[in-house]
Design a protein around this ligand. Structure first.
Ligand code: URA
Length: 431
């Protein structure tokens, strides 16, 4: 096979055979095909797209590039959950314990923050002592014992995604349905669960800017999951405004604990419960996850998981030394909060990484005081910035002000769960 011919086929909008896709990935991982040729091919995929069978073949080749988890020692129908990434998205920290408390075994491999979006591993690591690097044996034993583990993916799993993702990140080739779908689903398939619930975010703060493209991505991922023999369902949820009232690692863990204790933000609770409902339904468990908030069992499950991974909640979560309120320039109702701006602001306060090697300030972030739909008076706080120094907070505050759109009329909070996408194998239905 000839690499120039393979790139040219995608440039001209032709369909690859699974052999061609295998040739590209194997050659790239073996160092025989250089970055620039794969970059040219990725750009051709972005502009030309891929058929579903190409995307499935790409996903399968990516899974085959590394190790896969063997979860057979865990009894029951195991369900994983994945979000395509958002701002203030701490749903895993709530839905995981909810589903586990209902009896669903939840083996969850998570990622770190990406661009302006936060990562579950970074959030969990804000708990003093908590380890996310579990060996496969530790991971399986923990799910057997307490029904829930959230850990980092081994670097030996899906190395093709790691290599391709790094290249996509620097060649403007991230936003492509087949590339995102194969990237996400290769990791989910390698992680070994029997069922997968996808939370596909749509809007300003997400990788998919609108509902239609999010539904397209959701449908693609559901079909890949079902095509690979895993029960898969997706919810498309709103990410125009940040989710919940906090953005930043320790702040989000605190908020997750509040929701598990029966408080917290309405949208955050709704989406977390609904994700857990889908997880129970895939596992064939007829229980109401909301009841596990009321009886305290979900919070208890989360605390058990934290303790099992070495976390010491009793030592307290890290708290930022500087808290700077962001005063509202006018009175009115909050119509929108730009999630992308809030994500970048949180990053600049130290909650995320500008470069791969940057350390994270686990205490940094933003607490939203005036949510969409709230009435706010001039001079009252829209948010409070949590960070390590006033010098850092000042410029971020000025920029962050533009994230709030305040209007003179009352505003109803928009619906949060936008679509549900379900597969039934070949010829699947979408609702
Ligand atoms: N998340 C992933 O894991 N991969 C992508 O390509 C985009 C978001």
């Amino acid at each position: 096979m000839n690499i120039l011919e393979v790139i040219a086929r995608k440039r001209d909008g032709l369909e690859h055979s699974p052999e061609e896709i295998g040739f590209l990935l194997d050659g790239y991982l073996a160092g025989e095909i250089p970055d620039y040729q794969i970059a040219a091919w990725l750009m051709a995929v972005v502009t030309r797209g891929m058929t579903r069978s190409e995307t499935l073949a790409l996903t399968r080749a990516m899974v085959a590039s590394g190790e896969v988890m063997d979860l057979s020692a865990i009894p029951g129908f195991k369900v994983d959950k994945h979000s395509t990434g958002g701002v203030g998205d701490k749903v895993t920290l709530i839905a995981g314990p909810l589903a586990a408390a209902c009896g669903v075994p939840v083996p969850k491999l998570s990622g770190r923050g990406l661009a302006h979006t936060g990562g579950t591993l970074d959030k969990l690591e804000s708990v003093p002592g908590l380890r996310v690097e579990l060996s496969p044996a530790e991971f399986v034993a923990q799910v057997r014992e307490i029904g829930l583990a959230v850990a980092a993916q081994s670097p030996r799993m899906v190395p093709a995604d790691k290599a391709l993702y790094a290249l996509r990140d620097v060649t403007a080739t991230v936003p492509s349905v087949p590339l995102i779908a194969s990237s996400v689903m290769s990791k989910k398939l390698a992680a070994g669960a029997d069922g997968i619930v996808l939370d596909v975010k749509a809007g300003r703060g997400a990788f998919m800017p609108d509902v239609l493209s999010a539904v397209e991505l959701a449908r693609e991922m559901v079909e890949i999951g079902e095509g690979a023999g895993r029960r898969t369902v997706a919810l498309v949820t709103a990410m125009d405004n940040p989710l919940g009232r906090s953005v930043g690692n320790a702040l989000e863990v605190k908020e997750a604990l509040e929701v598990l204790a029966g408080g917290g933000d309405r949208d955050l609770r709704e989406v977390s419960v609904q994700v857990a409902v889908e997880m129970c339904s895939l596992a064939g468990i007829d229980r109401d996850p909301a009841a596990t908030i009321a009886d305290g069992s979900a919070r208890q499950r989360f605390e058990q998981m934290i303790a099992a991974q070495g976390g010491r909640l009793a030592d307290g979560l890290p708290e930022a030394p500087v808290r700077l309120p962001l005063a509202s320039p006018r009175s009115g109702w909050v119509e929108a909060i730009d999630a992308l701006e809030v994500g970048y602001a949180s990053l600049e306060l130290g909650a995320g990484r500008m470069r791969k090697e940057d350390p994270i300030d686990h205490s940094a972030g933003i607490v939203i005081e005036a949510q969409v739909g709230d009435r706010v008076e001039a001079g009252r706080p829209l948010a409070v910035l949590h960070t390590s120094s006033e010098a850092l907070a000042g410029p971020v505050a000025r920029r962050l002000l533009s994230a709030w759109r305040i209007v003179d009329h009352e505003v109803a909070r928009p619906p949060h769960i936008l679509r549900r996408v379900e597969g039934h194998g070949p010829g699947s239905a979408v609702h």
